[in-house]
Design a protein around this ligand. Structure first.
Ligand code: ALA
Length: 401
């Protein structure tokens, strides 16, 4: 069981803070904060543009970060594109790949458990192109129902690796295998926002085509995210943004673009963000992703057991901790999730409430909103105990006396 709260300065100022919203964004370790501060304090020059020492240092650190990301997910360095977040990565695929390749009559397959970021672009794409929008449903345990009939003519499969609501870990590798058997030319996009921070990922082993994730959900700063794509696809794609540093030559008549990844990184990037994401990866690697995952299973298992003892509380998603990430969405009969979150906040306990950016899933579950507690490496069993006590207060508040 990991207890590393002392590495996270937020707990120094707020000793009784119970932070259970790591699915929305994680806290930042002192080392990550130091990396941001170090860049701005000591070498805050632009990358690729200067021939002076601090610019060269910035470029070197930025590219080192790209290497760390590549190693972390088993990818080639040139296939790592720094963007703002998962949403931007998915939109890049939508604009630069899907707009050119999806045609009338093609099938685009996704699932009912997607975050809006991996649902709305494909829904809109299908409307624009006259393509068919198909959706994997879920069973009563929040697992995908993998109907073979859905696999016919699939040109694009867009799937989340781990649900940000149900916590379900989808058998992505197996699904990709099946989809490729039925459709050898299918392109597979995986939303890894809730997976990369929590478990060892190897994009080559998964055999997807694109994999997207955000730095801020894995201790890194906000505003830095990653698109990984297969070189053969990225090479054939048009740039997403035009501007500085993504061109090799411009004349009045024409423009030649740089090679990947640079043709997709127009303008000054989030230099400090990328470097500090590299530091976050160092931090996670030092713990070891197996240990990160083991801790998450332990905490989730404990939370599932303790929460199931709370009166009138319904948990959504798989029953076993090993089948889910560190996130538990729940409702309490007769109490609105926003009220739950607000009363918990009065106890300094942070959870998320609302539709969790997954309205189609909530419609499927027959609820307008849910409450959600989510965990990371700094979450302890003591935090879960405080959550359960807090929920008892919530129920007491709403009980007629
Ligand atoms: N995608 C983030 C969440 O699920 C913001 O909370």
């Amino acid at each position: 069981m990991i207890n590393i709260k002392s590495d996270f300065p937020i707990f120094r100022g707020q000793k009784d803070l119970v932070y259970l919203d790591s699915t929305a964004t994680t806290l930042k370790s002192q080392s990550v904060i130091n990396a941001v501060s170090d860049y701005y304090s000591n070498y805050s020059a632009n990358v690729f543009r200067g021939v002076y020492k601090i610019s060269e240092k910035a470029t070197e650190e930025y590219e080192k970060a790209r290497e760390k990301v590549a190693n972390f997910i088993g990818a080639k360095v040139e296939e790592i594109i720094f963007l703002r977040n998962t949403t931007e990565a998915l939109n890049l695929i939508y604009y630069s790949w899907a707009q050119n390749y999806i045609k009338k009559g093609d099938v685009v397959l996704t699932s009912i458990m997607e975050h809006h970021s991996n649902f709305v672009p494909w829904q809109q794409l299908c409307k624009q192109k006259g393509a068919e929008f198909k959706i994997f449903d879920i069973d009563e345990n929040g697992k995908l129902i993998l109907h073979k009939s859905l696999l016919t003519n699939v040109k694009l499969l867009a799937l989340t690796h781990v649900s940000n609501v149900l916590g379900t870990i989808n058998p992505v590798k197996e699904i990709i295998k099946q989809v490729r058997l039925a459709n050898p030319n299918c392109v597979v996009v995986v939303d890894g926002a809730q997976a990369v921070p929590h478990m060892k990922i190897n994009v080559v082993d998964l055999d997807c085509d694109f994999y997207c994730f955000s730095g801020h959900k894995m201790l890194g700063p906000t505003g830095i995210g990653v698109l990984w794509g297969k070189k053969i696809l990225l090479d054939g794609m048009t740039p997403f943004n035009y501007g500085g540093e993504m061109i090799s030559r411009v004349t009045v008549e024409k423009t030649d673009f740089k090679q990947i990844p640079y043709k997709f990184e127009a303008g000054t990037p989030h230099i400090a963000g990328a470097i500090a994401l590299g530091t976050a990866i160092d931090y996670l690697s030092k713990i070891g992703m197996d240990k990160v995952r083991k801790h998450e299973i332990e905490i989730t298992d404990y939370a599932l057991k303790e929460l199931s003892k709370v009166d009138k509380l319904k948990i959504y998603g798989p029953t076993l901790a090993v089948e889910r990430g560190g996130v538990i969405a729940f409702t309490i009969e007769g109490i609105h999730p926003h009220d739950i979150a607000q009363i918990l906040d009065s106890e300094n306990i942070c959870i998320r409430s609302g539709n969790q950016c997954a309205m189609p899933l909530h419609q499927k579950l027959g609820i307008a909103a849910s409450a959600r507690a989510s965990f990371y490496i700094y979450t302890t069993k003591n935090d879960i105990d405080k959550l359960v006590l807090g929920l008892k207060k919530v129920i007491w508040t709403f009980t007629e006396k």
